[in-house]
Unconditional design. Structure first.
Length: 191
């Protein structure tokens, strides 16, 4: 893949490209985030996932999230500049994990428990039936999830604390608190 430039970034914005990547290979393990800033927690999750999955991990930056303004070219280059030259990265404009699943079938998504809680929260869907139908996309596209617990509002939250619909429950694997715990967040670092 060619290096990021203004033209291919504009092509992504306009939908002429599905995603941009630092690699010619299709990602099989994806760590999504804003990485604003990239911190030791992200790097430790990346390294732990690489060992656990025995796959190259791609950092994915979504330039167009529902609850945030679209990132511009300068903001994206600032994020990418944080990665090591040996790190693989992706740029997409698909914010929902069901959309990511369709774009990257047969891949594993690496995420924190707070993100998973939003993925399976009915309030982000029209209703429960629509949520259950949409989440079936993970089965249809053979997507799995490696989930890291984290401290949320003062308490450590793990996979057993989240109500995952039964039809997709087997898609989720937990990294236990004993195997990994690092209480750090980009939000706290920015404040």
């Amino acid at each position: 893949m060619e290096a990021l430039n203004k033209q291919n970034f504009e092509d992504l914005i306009k939908g002429k490209e599905s995603f941009l990547s630092s690699s010619d290979s299709l990602p099989k393990a994806i760590l999504s985030g804003s990485f604003n800033p990239l911190h030791k927690g992200h790097k430790a999750m990346h390294d732990h996932a690489r060992k656990a999955l025995d796959l190259d991990i791609f950092f994915e930056v979504c330039i167009q999230n529902a609850d945030k303004p679209t990132l511009n070219y300068e903001e994206v280059t600032n994020v990418i500049d944080q990665f090591n030259s040996s790190d693989n990265w992706l740029l997409t404009k698909v914010g929902k994990f069901t959309e990511k699943a369709m774009l990257f079938p047969d891949s594993t998504f690496i995420l924190g428990i707070d993100t998973l809680a939003r993925v399976v929260n009915e309030k982000f869907y029209l209703n429960k039936d629509q949520m259950l139908a949409e989440l079936e996309i993970f089965n249809a596209n053979n997507n799995n999830f490696l989930v890291f617990g984290r401290k949320v509002e003062g308490s450590f939250v793990s996979l057993q604390d989240i109500n995952i619909p039964e039809h997709i429950n087997s898609r989720f694997t937990e990294v236990t608190e004993q195997d990994f715990r690092l209480d750090i967040s980009s939000t706290e670092l920015r404040s």
